[in-house]
Design a protein around this ligand. Sequence first.
Ligand SMILES: [Zn+2]
Length: 290
Amino acid sequence: MRMIPKSLALGAGIIVLLAACSSTKPQTTTRPNIVVTYSVLGSVVSDLVGDGATVTVLIPDGQDPHEFQPSARDIETINNASIVISNGLDFEEGLLEVLATAESNGVPQYRVGNNIAQRTVEGEHVVADPHLWLSPINFIQALPSLTSAINTATGLSINSATESEQLKQLDNDVSELMSTINSCVMVSGHDELGYFADHYGCTVVGAIIPGLSTTSEGTAKQLAVLKDLSVANNVKAIFTGLGTPQNVADQLANELNIKAVTLSTHYLHDAANYREFMLNLANQIVDALQ
Ligand SMILES: [Zn+2]
């Protein structure tokens, strides 16, 4: 159940009074302004808060969140937010400083990545994989603390039960789709499909850009190793997208005589919401691996 803003609950008398003493447009209730960094997370937050707050997504859909640099206006938006909800785990590389500054100036922040079971990758150091939205389980896990953070920052009384149910239903639907293929072995663009693979029983043998961010770069030697691994593991498709050089993906796919499929993994693209986004993704993977 969502709380009705107090000023609305007080009745029409107030509104009439305001209209009578002001020639400007009628005063409306100031709704909390929740700023969310990227579109996929924005969809989940919008579903959760409903009409209770304005949800502003900072990074335009279609831009690489790993590389996004904020404008002066974006910084102002962040500083004026009731709360800023971000992915964390260094996903929004270009926003790290701005978010930290806003936080030290008293703008409440919630980072989803700090409230999930993190997938870690061992390299020179152990680092946490930021691509948490590719498994609804992570949002289900974060939902209680996310809801509580929003309620504390905005004074709303949002209940997360409905959103939780919808995310569980989505998880079931994706599981069901994935169960229609016998084997899910893949190569990805960068190391982005780990949470998805871990949760839905897939194996990622490697990535064209062997790193957790699109800002990493692969070498010819790494690519040769990836090719051998793909043959050894009977990989049937390469799933690329954002930040992956298309010519490299196409060349590898040609050499292996398999498909290169372009996925939208980092923003909603043409999906109306998170549910559609995940189902599109799963359908594309299933179609390619039939
Ligand atoms: Zn990524």
